[in-house]
Design a binder for this molecule. Structure first.
Ligand code: ARG
Length: 505
């Protein structure tokens, strides 16, 4: 065996290099390239803390900060590439620093830190940022639904159960259902954000450290809400990612259901909506085609997000406590899930803003196929003092007879006659009123029902909720930016010669 010393930063005890094949197998450069800026911020905060508590000197800090700044600049300018032979983002940044500042300075950054807490810092920083971005996109989509709802509180359409006509609802009611769902998605993302916005730095390899580090200081510098204290728990846990992936999975499920509805609403058979040409696709062979590919891809990509969750959960289930290299595999599914969800959120608002709802067709369908049968039963309960179950049977019998005769409620004389046969006398105009879908819509005024008054009230409520959520997203984004700015200002002071003890933290 050749006995050339390893060139790795961790290579002290090794006498030979790993093969290129092994290197390729283990490196995470592509995935890590999303975390370069975050890794550098984490290192800046760590270095500032080390100097502030006296673990490294002012000169050490100056050198470290100078070269970390340069690494970031070079990365931005495309002059600093992550090298696979250096394994991951952490080793690349540290190597850059050591090559620039020399080992006597650069080699001190990793005091009282491990890649195990370092990678978590990066992942937490990326996750919280991406959660906020996903929330922004979700809220934007909600706003589009609310605009649709405002225009269509009186637009009657068939509501379905079992994909069979059930009862008339309004298009506005349908639209607000999605908002109601998405607001829960926003809340789930919020819960995930709370876990993501905790500081893992200082857990070190798994046991904390014998150096007198200040974890509260790095928490403040990195804009985290709190310290995630228990070092072994910090290093072992990825539930902040699992929680995020579940929130993304549920959101994606809701987007996929929307996709499904768009697909069949735009069929010739349903004809309830027509896509704008900007959001539709043709066929390479059939010249007449106008396909809902965006809705289909939204539905079709749902599995990718679910599989991300399953991937992570499966990864975690057998892991002993502490860091295990398996955990490196937490990021690819997370990135992919964010990408898929955000790309759907990017395109669906425009699709919905431009879709042409065929309200005449909706009204026609809402008026067909006995969709107001429940109203007739309810009328008999109210006016005839009969038990609902009895009225259900009477109306069911009438529907059955009409179907056998090939007739509908709108064959008024037959309907009237069938009622009369059961001892119920109703004038035709009265019957028409009872079975009018629009009137049925207006009468459903129970809390959360489909009546225009309820839908308007809910739209107002949802708007208020979204205002609050959007304000919170902005506050958080501003908070993160302010924390980053504060770190940069400290760096500026230090590089200008201010001793860290006099720097304004
Ligand atoms: N690239 C690793 C990851 O993503 C970083 C942590 C490596 N730690 C270790 N002891 N090998 O998880």
């Amino acid at each position: 065996m050749p006995t050339k010393p390893s060139t790795k930063l961790w290579g002290g005890r090794f006498n030979s290099e790993i093969t290129t094949e092994t290197e390729d197998f283990t490196q995470s450069i592509e995935v890590d390239s999303r975390m370069v800026a975050h890794d550098i911020w984490g290192s800046q905060a760590h270095a500032i803390m080390l100097a502030r508590v006296g673990i490294i000197s002012d000169e050490d800090l100056r050198q470290i900060l100078r070269w970390l700044g340069k690494a970031e600049e070079d990365f931005r300018d495309g002059k600093f590439f992550l090298k696979p032979e250096k394994e991951d983002v952490h080793m690349n940044v540290e190597s850059y620093l050591i090559e620039g500042a020399g080992r006597e300075y650069g080699g001190k950054l990793h005091t009282a830190r491990s890649r195990n807490d370092q990678v978590l810092v990066d992942a937490h920083l990326v996750t919280r940022e991406q959660i906020l971005r996903t929330q922004e996109g979700t809220s934007r989509l909600c706003r589009v639904f609310l605009a649709i709802a405002r225009c269509h509180v009186e637009t009657v359409m068939p509501g379905y159960t079992h994909t069979q006509h059930a009862q008339p609802i309004s298009l506005g009611f349908w639209a607000t259902a999605y908002v109601s769902m998405f607001i829960r998605d926003l809340k789930r993302l919020d819960a995930a954000y709370a876990l993501a916005n905790m500081n893992p730095l200082g857990a070190c390899a798994l046991a904390g450290t014998s150096f007198p580090i200040d974890r509260h200081l790095t928490t403040k510098l990195l804009g985290f809400d709190a310290v995630h204290e228990h070092a072994l728990d910090v290093i072992s846990s990825r539930d902040f990612i699992a929680e995020t992936l579940f929130a993304l999975s549920m959101l994606m499920s809701n987007l996929s259901r929307l996709g499904e509805e768009i697909v069949y609403w735009t069929t010739y058979e349903f004809g309830m909506a027509v896509l704008d040409d900007t959001y539709a696709f043709g066929s390479s062979i059939m010249p007449q085609k106008k396909n809902p590919d965006i809705a289909e891809l939204t539905r079709g990509r749902c599995g990718r997000v679910y599989s991300a969750l399953l991937d992570l959960l499966t990864n975690l289930k057998g892991l002993p406590l502490g860091y295990n290299r398996d955990l490196q595999e937490d990021k690819p599914p997370l990135w992919d899930a964010f990408d898929v969800v955000q790309s759907c959120l990017g395109v669906l608002p425009g699709l919905l803003e431009t879709i042409d709802f065929k309200t005449d067709r909706m009204a026609e369908l809402a008026n067909a196929n006995f969709a107001t049968a429940t109203e007739l039963a309810n009328y008999l309960v109210r006016e005839g003092g009969l038990a609902f179950r009895e009225c259900h049977e009477i109306v069911g019998g009438i529907v059955g007879d009409l179907v056998k005769m090939g007739k509908t409620f709108k064959d008024w004389e037959e309907t009237q006659q069938l009622l009369q046969n059961r001892g119920i006398n109703l004038a035709i105009p009265e019957l028409q009123r009872i079975l009018d879908p629009k009137l049925a819509l207006h009468s459903h005024r129970s809390l959360g029902g489909t009546s225009p008054t309820e839908v308007r009230r809910m739209v107002d409520g949802f708007e208020g909720k979204l205002d609050e959520l959007e304000a919170q997203i902005r506050t958080r984004q501003d908070g993160i930016q302010a924390a980053h700015q504060r770190t940069l200002q400290i760096i500026e002071q230090v590089l200008a010669g201010t001793p860290i003890m006099e720097a304004n933290l």
